[in-house]
Design a protein around this ligand. Structure first.
Ligand code: JB2
Length: 208
């Protein structure tokens, strides 16, 4: 069995995640991108086509990190990798601050400067991007993306597949449902329920 990691994706998000994995002391052997992927991603050779996941598994690779920004695609590619037999690894930057009481799933990315406080839960495949802060007792769902510089106060819940745009803020004890897109710089002061796009200060539904 090989200990090196296979990264799925070979774009901007993969660049950041590969460098986090290197900071953690890991080695990334290959990226697997789509037909349009470039030959290399921050020095890592790129294979084109998801069929390569099968052949890399046959060659002894067992650890995968899915580095794709799209929440839905990240989830579906992770499911395919797990079905093959891979184990999802986490990419948590050494300069992120996670309370020892944080519970973290698998395939999670936490970028530099992020802070996650006491007894928060980060479900599998979530992205906590650069400099985002998540206070105590928050519950971040599967394949959520909290973009750079977001600020979540205590006891905030974010449902699966939701995306909180860059610099958005959420006051304490609010719930953001599944499949919500929140525009950059928005401020959430009410629960956001039902799927859809919300923007502004305070955040309001963009279209019914
Ligand atoms: O079906 C696929 C597939 N579709 C796209 N299978 C595999 N294995 N790879 C796929 N890709 C790959 O996703 C492409 O080959 C490409 O390498 C990557 C998309 O790259 P892009 O730079 O467009 O997006 P990203 O997902 O890496 O980054 C986005 O999300 C980040 C969180 C960007 O918006 C970034 O700016 C953002 N920071």
């Amino acid at each position: 069995m090989k200990d090196e990691i296979v990264v799925v994706g070979a774009g901007g998000h993969a660049k950041v995640c590969i460098e986090i994995l290197r900071e953690m002391g890991e080695t990334v052997a290959y990226c697997v991108g789509d037909a349009n992927a470039l030959d290399r991603c921050v020095g890592v050779p790129v294979l084109r086509g998801d069929e390569n996941l099968m052949s890399l598994y046959a060659a002894g690779y067992r650890r995968v990190f899915v580095a794709i920004g799209s929440n839905r695609l990240r989830n579906s590619l992770a499911t395919s990798a797990i079905d093959i037999g891979y184990k999802l690894t986490n990419a948590i930057h050494p300069k992120a601050i996670l309370s020892p009481t944080v519970r973290c799933g698998e395939g999670v990315a936490v970028m530099a400067g992020a802070v996650i406080n006491a007894e928060s839960t980060i479900d599998s495949l979530a992205i906590i991007n650069t400099g985002a802060t998540i206070d105590h007792d928050c519950d971040i769902g599967r394949a959520v993306h909290i973009a750079p510089q977001c600020v979540l106060a205590g006891n905030v819940k974010v449902g699966a597949f939701s995306f909180l745009g860059i610099g958005s803020k959420v006051i304490p004890e609010r719930t953001i449902a599944e499949n919500i897109n929140l525009g950059a710089g928005s401020v959430v002061i009410d629960d956001l329920l039902g799927s859809g796009t919300f923007v502004g200060v305070p955040a309001r539904r963009l279209n019914k």
